[in-house]
Write a protein that binds this ligand. Structure first.
Ligand SMILES: CC(C)(COP(=O)(O)OP(=O)(O)OC[C@H]1O[C@@H](n2cnc3c(N)ncnc32)[C@H](O)[C@@H]1OP(=O)(O)O)[C@@H](O)C(=O)NCCC(=O)NCCS
Length: 156
């Protein structure tokens, strides 16, 4: 399988934060942000692998600040590194107050997605080619995160 550059499957999505998605402080529910993160990570991994994917783990989620009603929520995702059948995906979420022209990073997350065939069995994925400084940094540190993930689970 030919390795594929990160830029090929990199994704960006913008959503409007609406009242049903928020708590009594008018800020977005963490679970709602997680659903958006899972969705863009799946799309990114599907594009890279050209296969159906499942979420094997949401490895980390850091909520750094909150987004409020009326903010534009922008998600950016890319594959940092691949295993034989798994892909680590990094997602950043920005809240953009368009009226005040103020944008900040609200959330960052690492997920592991696994490509599967029609029977749900893991299937091989192409390797990734990092290009930018950020992509190279996350590619270089991915194996340490994978090791940490394995040690964390009580099942392995
Ligand atoms: C993820 C899944 C396909 C792995 O299947 P499996 O039979 O354990 O397959 P393997 O042991 O061969 O592992 C396949 C890959 O998944 C990775 N993997 C398996 N479980 C994992 C976990 N909990 N976290 C991170 N990676 C995991 C393995 O490291 C391996 O990666 P590699 O091929 O790059 O080395 C299977 O556990 C599954 O279908 N889980 C449910 C997924 C799901 O429904 N997600 C939505 C939840 S709401």
């Amino acid at each position: 399988m030919e390795p594929i550059p990160v830029s090929y499957s990199k994704m960006k999505q913008t959503k409007l934060v609406l009242p049903p998605d928020t708590n009594h402080l008018d800020t977005i529910f963490g679970g709602k942000v997680l659903a958006f993160i899972d969705e863009i990570a799946a799309l990114t991994a599907m594009k890279h692998s050209n296969a159906a994917v499942v979420t094997a783990s949401i490895d980390s989620v850091d909520f750094l600040s909150s987004a409020k009603v009326g903010d534009a929520l922008t998600l950016e995702a890319f594959v940092t590194r691949t295993g034989r059948t798994s892909m680590e995906v990094y997602v950043k979420v920005y809240a953009d107050d368009l009226l005040r022209r103020h944008k900040e990073l609200t959330t960052e997350s690492f997920l592991t997605m696994v490509a599967v065939d029609q029977d749900g069995n893991p299937t091989q994925v192409p390797e990734i080619i990092p290009e930018t400084e950020e992509e190279k940094r996350l590619y270089d540190t991915a194996l340490a995160r994978k090791e940490h993930r394995k040690n964390r689970s009580s099942l392995r």
